[in-house]
Design a binder for this molecule. Structure first.
Ligand code: HEM
Length: 406
């Protein structure tokens, strides 16, 4: 059996594993992954026909869902903006965390549940996220204040959701949402399939993947645009031109907004919210002269990969043109990895990009922002596994006069 083709940044399987002739991983649409190179070599036409079939099926579903989500996100941003008034100052972490808690719960759980959210949910989530200390890898039950706070927050979330479920039980809703479906599932003996505690766990894991990652990226996108006024002006001019005909944000958020997309990608490159992606090695593998034995943990860091000078020239420089035609530095396989890479690449990446585009399309059309602290004082807090902006991280805002420049 011939060796798998070498692709920069990938790992050749151990010879013993390769001899067993394992089937390549199955495709779920999109472009062939590295694991499909063998299939591409042996049965190219079949592979392309399958990709196209799956791609089309997924695409139509994805577009109609995404369109609905974009509308919800634009509306939630408007609701947050209604509280801002004509001018003032906000803490960017608080502002974007609150906004993305509303958008994530409305899109992932349902609009009905979103209306039940109170500021307490926001506090509870903050405490849960603060409990993500690296020491949890050693023992997540150590008697540390952060872990006690985390467990208190989780218990409180179970209480809050129990209240929501009790209200739903007494007044069943016409339009079923995720929670209604989960609650209605039964065991063969008629008892509930999932307890409130279990559903709370599902809710937390669903929200965790997309909440702090998106809110942190939104905050850094804005901070970097304010630190680089030329880039800020380019993005605002692009949005003004795009929306001059009064088109809907939800419609445009699914399409290209090149300057804004570059600003989001550059924020993700310089400030990836997940800085350590880990895997447990299941069978020995060899890479160049090294052998990594089964049982070891291996990790890659987007924070390092995203700044490799051989892939991103002058890597510490904020440069929107990296992503323009001809350079496309984000297209380098396994280099630009704020969403990870390979089989476990973020499944929410398209949703996250759309969400960020919808938020900024709405926000920057009505408001101009400026930094409220020295530019270099904005930084990440790395004390937890969930990297988050350190507070204070304030910005001032004022409502833009109609058709005025930023
Ligand atoms: C800017 C926002 C986001 C960033 C930077 C981000 C980043 C990442 C990264 C780096 C991974 C790979 C983890 C690994 O390899 O161990 C990942 C996985 C994942 N993400 Fe995201 N994410 C974002 C938003 C979202 C959203 C909005 C959702 C859900 C709607 C989501 C759901 C997931 C899930 C379910 C996985 C696990 C995929 C798997 O293991 O196959 N993410 N994300």
């Amino acid at each position: 059996m011939s060796a798998a083709p070498e692709v920069p940044g990938t790992v050749a399987p151990a010879p013993a594993a390769a001899q067993r002739g394992k089937a390549p991983p199955r495709l779920r649409g999109e472009w062939p992954l590295v694991g499909h190179l063998q299939e591409l070599r042996r049965r190219p036409l079949e592979l392309f026909a399958r990709v196209r079939r799956q791609g089309l099926r997924n695409q139509s579903l994805r577009d109609s869902f995404m369109r609905g989500h974009a509308e919800v996100i634009a509306a939630e941003t408007q609701r947050m903006m209604a509280k801002l008034g004509d001018e003032g100052a906000v803490d960017l972490l608080d502002f974007f965390s609150e906004l993305t808690l509303y958008t994530s719960s409305a899109c992932l759980v349902g609009k009905g549940f979103r209306e039940e959210l109170t500021p307490e949910y926001f506090r509870v989530f903050y405490e849960l996220e603060k409990g993500t200390d690296a020491i949890a890898y050693v023992n997540p039950y150590l008697p540390l204040p952060a872990f006690r706070q985390r467990d208190r927050a989780r218990r409180r979330l179970v209480e809050l959701l129990s209240g929501v479920f009790a209200r739903r039980a007494s007044a069943p809703r016409e339009k079923r949402e995720l929670f209604d479906v989960l609650l209605s599932l039964r065991q063969p003996d008629g008892s509930a399939r999932f307890s409130v505690d279990q559903i709370t766990g599902m809710f937390i894991s669903m929200m965790f993947a997309g909440h702090h990652t998106t809110s942190g990226t939104a905050a850094w996108t804005l901070i970097e645009l304010l630190r680089h006024p030329d880039a800020g002006a380019r993005v605002v001019a692009e949005l003004d031109a795009l929306y001059a005909d009064g088109r809907e944000v939800s419609y445009q958020a699914l399409r290209e907004i090149p300057q804004l997309e570059s600003a989001i990608k550059e924020a993700l490159r310089l400030h990836p919210p997940l800085i350590l992606l880990m895997r447990k090695v299941m069978s020995d593998f060899h890479y160049k002269e090294w052998t990594v034995p089964a049982g070891k943990l291996v990790a890659v860091s987007p924070a390092i990969s995203n700044r490799m000078p051989e892939c991103f020239p002058d890597p510490d420089r904020y440069d929107l043109d990296r992503y323009a035609e001809g350079r496309e530095e984000d297209a380098r396989l396994f280099a630009w990895i704020p969403f990870g890479a390979g089989r476990h690449r973020c499944v929410g990446a398209a949703f996250a990009m759309m969400q960020l585009k919808a938020i900024f399309s709405t926000l920057l059309r009505d408001y101009a922002f400026e930094l409220a602290q020295p530019a270099e004082s904005y930084r990440n807090d790395h004390s937890k596994m969930v990297v988050q902006l350190a507070q204070p991280c304030r910005a001032r805002y004022r409502r833009r006069a109609a058709a005025a420049s930023p």
